[in-house]
Design a protein around this ligand. Structure first.
Ligand code: SF4
Ligand code: SF3
Length: 549
């Protein structure tokens, strides 16, 4: 195996024996092979799409498959084996369709379009030949992988929107085009252009998901979320999928079972449609990587709708309380099947399980505040603009992104604590858990941590920035008093970063380390064109940030 797609890549270069995330080498290899076959599917589908033949199942298969290979989403070997078998069948079906429609194919088909195998051994072995290291030139490899990781992030957000009935063909067509392009002989310049184009579709997909979420559940509102517990048995729901949240809340209503959010599901509390459920009891715990201890004390079953899963240790007592659904998976966990057309998913097994469990054990008390997506911030716009004009707010710091288990991420807590009192943090994603329980106070009623929601709600932060640019009549988004100190971990953060670059945001600081998949030359391109930088020490960085813009 070789994998370097996330921030925790071993030794800062790549995992080769097993993933730091817990991904075993056989699963890593199967993921590489699945990706390879998805490229083949995309190759045929591009030709069919040109003829306006495009079965929806193909788009869905591709984004589902990509999503399942995101860091910490799916560790189940069987899932990948079955998916490769299905993928080969689908690709061969598309080939036959091309032939039936007399679509002209090249005499020499690329290997992504022809490779076939049937055993798991062959699937695993293929990864050695087609994995990341098969691209020998390190700059080409770096750009290809940067595009693929951006496309994986796109796929995740596209799937959430799709689950809410929001579809966009141009996004699916781009995902497939980009996958195929990573197998072609593109130059560095062409790949750089494709990377930036990926960012454009990042903006599109986040806008699509934002519209899907807000039209389904209303605009997020400023909300206080309880972090203590009640005395009822309960289910903990984690991940990013709001449709799953809706189905679970509906099915648990009146059963005596409470629902708590974990990690990236916290922002569900901010939606008016979910607030009406009295049994949505609070948020339990912190960011994903603390699940090893927090799931122990939760006592009830846990539902993963997406990443981030940490495979439980053999000594864990909660292993039999884990359920997965959608793109997520874990060997040994019970997987809740996809919803059938216009029906809800069937969460009854997890609800019955919860009824037999003790209530959660309290690990903290109090409240956290969030729900400042674009509409709520626009409602406060006058107040915010005044605060900037009077100098009460000197600067905003976008500290969106992911959290992770590395000790070096203490930086973000220290940074938040040491920020001058006349600054405000704009956040989204699970990065917020590094500072959302600190007593940072407010500025004239504006909280000093403004939480827009999930990582995809970074879109809201961009919309807010664009609005402020308009209000202050500036020519360039970079003239605003906004600094970007973003923490990344997995591939959704990659698409968020590319989206911000597409919107013209400069001087983003990215930490706690720069991606292992960026070669020195690609880093230079990002530094020269976008002023991308890493992080150093809090004091030094604060000095730099306060000088910029
Ligand atoms: Fe390693 Fe990250 Fe890949 Fe897991 S996802 S194998 S930790 S690089
Ligand atoms: Fe977090 Fe996994 Fe990225 Fe969605 S839940 S931000 S790491």
């Amino acid at each position: 195996m070789f994998c370097f797609q996330c921030q925790e890549a071993a030794q800062g270069t790549g995992c080769t024996i097993a993933g730091v995330c817990g991904k075993p080498s056989d699963v890593a290899n199967l993921q590489d092979t699945l990706l390879y076959v998805l490229k083949g599917i995309s190759w045929y589908n591009e030709k069919l799409r040109e003829q306006n033949v495009n079965p929806e199942k193909v788009d869905k298969f591709v984004f589902d498959g990509l999503f399942s290979t995101i860091t910490n989403a799916n560790f189940d070997k069987n899932v990948f084996t079955k998916r490769i078998i299905k993928a080969l069948q689908l690709r061969n079906e598309l080939h036959s369709r091309c032939l039936a429609l007399n679509i002209k194919l090249p005499a020499q088909l690329p290997s992504i379009a022809t490779w076939n195998a049937s055993s798991v051994e062959e699937f695993e072995a293929k990864a050695e030949e087609v994995g990341i290291l098969s691209t020998k030139n390190e700059d080409i490899r770096s750009l290809r992988e940067l595009i693929i990781y951006g496309v994986k992030g796109l796929a995740a957000y596209a799937e959430h929107a799709y689950n809410l009935g929001s579809k966009k063909d141009s996004i699916y067509a781009f995902m497939q085009r980009a996958l195929v392009a990573t197998t072609e002989n593109l130059s560095v310049d062409e790949l750089v252009a494709l990377t930036l184009e990926t960012g454009k579709f990042g903006v599109d997909v986040m806008a699509l998901l934002d519209a899907a979420n807000t039209s389904s559940y209303g605009n997020p509102e400023a909300t206080k979320v309880n972090i203590g517990v009640r005395n009822n048995p309960a289910i903990l729901i984690s991940g990013h999928d709001m449709k799953d949240m809706e189905d679970l809340l509906k099915q648990t209503e009146g059963t005596g079972v409470d629902v708590y959010t974990h990690s990236e599901m916290l922002p569900a509390h901010y939606y008016p449609a979910f607030k009406k459920y009295e049994h949505l009891a609070g948020n339990y715990g912190n960011a994903w990587w603390k699940q090893n201890t927090e799931f122990e004390s939760f006592n009830g079953p846990i539902l993963f709708t997406t990443n981030c899963i940490v495979p439980p240790k053999s000594s864990a007592t909660y292993t039999d309380r884990i359920y997965t659904t959608g793109a997520s998976g874990l060997s040994g966990a019970i997987h809740i099947a996809d919803r059938e057309e216009s029906k809800m998913k069937d969460f009854s097994p997890i609800i019955e399980h919860a009824k037999k469990c003790a209530a959660p054990q309290e690990i903290e008390t109090g409240e956290i505040v969030g729900g400042f997506a674009h509409a709520q911030v626009f409602a406060l716009a006058d107040k915010i603009v005044d605060a900037v004009k009077t100098g009460a707010i000197k600067k905003f710091f976008v500290m969106a992104g992911c959290d992770g288990r590395m000790k070096s991420r203490d930086y973000y807590t220290d940074f938040a604590e040491q920020l001058p009192q006349d600054t405000v943090i704009l956040t989204a994603g699970c990065a917020k858990y590094r500072y959302n329980k600190l007593p940072l106070g407010d500025i004239g009623g504006i909280p000093r941590v403004i939480d827009a929601g999930q990582c995809n709600d970074s879109y809201s932060l961009a919309v807010i920035a664009l609005k402020l640019k308009e209000v202050f009549e500036l020519n360039d988004i970079n003239e605003l008093p906004i600094a970007y100190n973003i923490a990344w971990y997995e591939q959704k953060a990659v698409i968020v970063l590319l989206a911000l670059l597409h919107l013209g945001v400069k001087n983003i600081h990215l930490g706690p380390t720069l991606p292992a998949f960026l070669s020195p030359n690609v880093v230079n391109v990002l530094v020269e064109n976008f002023g991308i930088a890493g992080i150093t020490e809090v004091e030094k960085d604060l000095e730099i940030f306060m000088q910029e813009a």
